[in-house]
Write a protein that binds this ligand. Structure first.
Ligand code: GLC
Length: 559
């Protein structure tokens, strides 16, 4: 029996996202590991978060850095042992931290036993995936993979193609096959019983594909096209979510956060329980898409603060009654936010990193802080294509530079500003070799700015980005208006600022943020406000019209 007060335990929580490969290497093999996370739990706890979400650490060929799982029941030896995991989860619980597992249920690795059996021609297992006959000697349709190229891979031995929305080593599971659903539920129940407190559900709104796989409009310069209208958020996924809720999430009182691209508010509210219990909160990637052409991260657009605030406030409004949003500025699939939306020069890095935190995490929803964001870690410069690791980079390089003949410099620059590798460089712990991340050779290049930007130095500096984040999370937790209150934007016409007030039972808090390297003026709501947090640190009270310096931010409470 779950007590009423224990239900929705996650409601006021803040989450820290860990990319294990790059977090902390405890044994000197160059890869971050589970024991490394355990050793850093005091650091995480001290930040003021309540939950850790750890990206996949299961057995995997690592074609997509662990999102290609070949065994859902065991830890990959790169990351440690089952005993390490037991200790990590037990220590989390002993310290009052919850543990969220990243569950990849849309696809497995092609090295998973199910897929291996399918490849050997075993019909039962072929039916676990989507195998289709060639059409006129070609792919069954022109669907593009998220990582570039076709979403279909040919298996000569079977004379059939299989579907992979992501990497060709990530074949999509057929959720129309009831046995598949039973087996995934079995995996989830296993981990629930093991003691994990929640799931981050990877690409979970892609579970249902329209069975005829119709051709789509090709992308410019390509044979293939994004077919998301045929596989994202199809009504049938609600049935799956409701069943997972009944059989796993509810009985084990778990927190669920679903990665959902291409979503509209009405669907979002349905997922969050408008008609039946399904998911707790949504991680909407579209929130980071406003400085690029649609879903194409390598077609960047200038950062438009107005577009940003319209998107954010639109979602805040749409989800104000039903549903909950994950609040985030970066993750393992994105460039570092201070480089992308701020200014990572020596002069403004610290100010703009703090301002971004203040802007995002006083909103309504659940903060998700991605490792290193609390230090203001930046993008790094990879000099040559060999320095990059990510499949998305490799596929795009092949398509655009090798086959398409486009200039290498153009693509290196784009990868250095937008690729997933930007956000995956090792965590900067100290000013020692390799930023104190490993005693060995790091799997991925360490950012050369680590002597300046590292946790140990920021620990000692009361005014550091790290200490600002700690304070921010503490303030957030103590204010009912920020946890639960209404959200009212102001200064909407400005092209520089991002401002809103939060209100709950007579408590009013404002968050005022200047996203640009300019001075600007903002008219505040009526009343006098006591400053609780600011990045310049020299303002105690504000009222009326205030002048904001470059990247200045503050949170203040009405007196
Ligand atoms: C999600 C993950 C990403 C992964 C993809 C395929 O988008 O965040 O890292 O590559 O799913 O599993």
């Amino acid at each position: 029996m779950i007590l009423e007060k224990e239900k929705n335990w996650w409601q006021d929580a803040a989450v820290y996202q860990i990319y294990p490969k790059s977090f902390y290497d405890s044994n000197g093999d160059g890869y971050g590991d589970i024991e490394g996370i355990r050793q850093k739990l005091p650091y995480i706890k001290n930040l003021g978060v309540d939950v850790i979400w750890v990206c996949p650490f299961f057995k995997s060929p690592q074609a997509d850095n662990g999102y290609d799982i070949s065994d859902y029941f065991s830890v990959d030896e790169r990351f440690g042992t089952m005993e390490d995991l037991r200790r990590l989860i037990d220590d989390c619980h002993a310290m009052g931290l919850k543990f969220v597992l990243d569950l990849v249920a849309n696809h497995t690795s092609d090295e998973h036993p199910w897929f291996k059996k399918a490849l050997s021609g075993d019909e039962k297992y072929m039916n676990y995936y989507y195998f289709k006959d060639p059409v006129d000697g070609h792919e069954p349709s022109n669907w593009a993979s998220v990582f570039g190229g076709s979403a279909w891979e040919y298996v000569p031995r079977l004379d059939k193609y299989y579907l992979h929305l992501f990497h060709k080593k990530q074949p999509d599971l057929n959720w129309e096959n009831k046995e598949v659903v039973d087996r995934v539920i079995n995996i989830m129940q296993h981990w629930a019983q093991y003691g994990v407190d929640g799931f981050r559900l990877d690409a979970i709104n892609y579970l249902y594909k329209e069975p005829d796989f119709p051709d789509v409009e090709p992308m410019p310069g390509s044979k293939y096209g994004f077919a998301n209208q045929h596989y994202a958020n199809k009504p049938k996924v609600n049935e799956h979510f409701a069943r997972l809720n009944r059989e796993v999430f509810a009985p084990y009182n778990m927190m669920t956060v679903a990665e959902v691209a291409y979503i509209e508010p009405e669907t979002a509210r349905e997922y969050c329980g408008k008609h039946q219990p399904e998911l707790d909160m949504l991680y909407i990637f579209d929130l980071l898409n406003f400085d690029q052409d649609g879903f194409d991260k390598f077609s960047p657009l200038p950062f438009d603060v107005k577009a940003f605030k319209q998107t954010i406030f639109h979602w805040q409004k749409e989800m104000s009654e039903i549903g909950r949003l994950a609040l985030f500025f970066s993750n393992h699939d994105q460039a570092r936010s201070v480089s992308r939306f701020g200014d990572d020069s020596d002069q403004y890095r610290d100010l703009s990193a703090k301002m971004q935190g203040n802007a995002m995490y006083m909103l309504k929803g659940t903060p998700y802080i991605y490792q290193g964001e609390e230090l203001g870690m930046t993008n790094l410069n990879y000099e040559k294509i060999e320095d990059f690791c990510d499949v998305e980079v490799m596929n795009t390089w092949q398509e655009k530079v090798i086959e398409g003949g486009e200039p290498a410099e153009k693509w290196l620059a784009l990868f250095n500003s937008r690729s997933r590798d930007c956000g995956r460089s090792p965590m900067q712990w100290t000013d020692e070799a390799n930023a104190g991340f490993t005693a060995g050779t790091p799997w991925q290049k360490v950012n050369s700015n680590y002597p300046k930007i590292n946790a140990a130095a920021q620990e000692k500096d009361e005014k550091s980005t790290l200490n600002f984040y700690r304070k921010l999370l503490r303030i957030r937790k103590g204010l009912k208006s920020v946890q639960q209150g209404s959200v009212t934007p102001f200064d909407m016409e400005s092209e520089n600022t991002f401002c809103y007030s939060r209100e709950y039972e007579g408590e009013t808090v404002i968050s005022v943020n200047n996203f640009k390297n300019v001075t600007c003026r903002v008219k505040l709501p009526r009343g006098s406000f006591r400053v609780l947090l600011s990045n310049y640190g020299d303002v105690a009270k504000v009222r009326g019209t205030v002048t904001l310096r470059p990247f200045e931010c503050l949170t203040a409470i009405k007196e």
